[in-house]
Design a protein. Sequence first.
Length: 118
Amino acid sequence: MAHPVAFFEVLSPDHERAQKFYAELFGWTVDADPEMGGYGLVDTGAGEGAIGGGIGPVDEPGEAGTTIYVRVPDLDAALERAAALGGARLVPPTDLPGGYGRFAILADPDGNRVGLWA
């Protein structure tokens, strides 16, 4: 079964600057939500079926950076498989607001953050 990249995320200590940078660089629309701490959903303008994303503030030091989210059918199974392959669980399965499913985050053996979305 295929596991497509489904979402991207850019986290920054200055998320408003990052939102403006990417919007102006690529012509993306960023819809920041004050109720989510200024986190903004990104419309890349690439039409139906395009991968969407988000740009927002960091919650903890060391979170800044870019993360891809891969669609998987079972978060726990994917986290267990990642651990068996030398990865580590960073964020346990967590519900997303608005009924958008659940996510988790792992670190690959080199420490790169990879998101999982179910």
